[in-house]
Design a protein around this ligand. Structure first.
Ligand code: DGI
Ligand code: FE
Ligand code: FE
Ligand code: FE
Length: 188
């Protein structure tokens, strides 16, 4: 496998400086959350470092991959926001030679979540939302919630994200709604 330094170089080469720095902060936040929650720190760190690797690939590259690599054609109705995680994992496996399904699944789920999320899935989902560069309204409350209780952080995030998407009249990817239904009302 590539060393951390090699992964850093590959991620940096594919992203703007600010997006790359976000990835470093997500890596650091994922390490903290993994330590707090007894998760695999190495896997959490790698997932954090690479999670947005595909974020700045052109739409055409995603469309080609969706059409030729067996992805759900429904994905074609969405855009980069959904593709960079769900389809981005394909490019991470191909280019960064990461074959660990625990890491790849966390990347696939990092934007939309899932009804069932592993500890690493939850850590990446939450670390992406609360890394110290995030300053949206409610970021500090999200941080405090997530640091006290990881699952509460997941619930806080999915509720906030859906509220924000609906307020902005954005289309909701059906799996984002599945995540909401599974996490928000049933687990107090
Ligand atoms: O890649 P990042 O900006 O670090 O963060 P992210 O991958 O968590 O989210 C990217 C964006 O995706 C964020 O603005 C919220 C948006 N998003 C999440 N679920 C959906 C969605 N956008 C649409 N249109 N539909 C969704 O279901
Ligand atoms: Fe992302
Ligand atoms: Fe996120
Ligand atoms: Fe991110």
């Amino acid at each position: 496998p590539y060393t951390r330094a090699e992964l850093v170089a590959k991620v940096a080469a594919n992203l703007s400086e600010s997006r790359f720095e976000h990835c470093l902060r997500v890596e650091a936040t994922a390490i903290q959350l993994a330590q707090k929650n007894g998760a695999d720190v190495e896997r959490a760190a790698i997932a954090g470092l690479v999670h947005d690797y595909a974020k700045q690939l052109p739409d055409e590259t995603f469309i080609e991959a969706i059409k030729t690599q067996g992805f759900d054609p429904e994905l074609l109705n969405y855009g980069n926001a959904i593709w960079h995680g769900v389809v981005g994992a394909y490019f991470i496996e191909r280019d960064l030679e990461i074959h660990d399904e625990t890491i790849l699944n966390a990347v696939r789920r990092h934007t939309i979540g899932a009804p069932e999320m592993t500890l690493i899935d939850q850590i990446l989902f939450v670390a992406d939302f609360v890394e110290p560069g995030r300053n949206f309204p409610g970021a500090e409350a999200a941080r405090e919630t997530a640091m006290a209780d990881l699952a509460a952080g997941v619930r806080y995030e999915i509720l906030n994200t859906l509220t924000f998407l609906i307020q902005g009249k954005k289309q909701i990817y059906p799996k984002t709604i599945d995540t909401y239904n599974a996490w928000v009302p049933t687990q107090a």
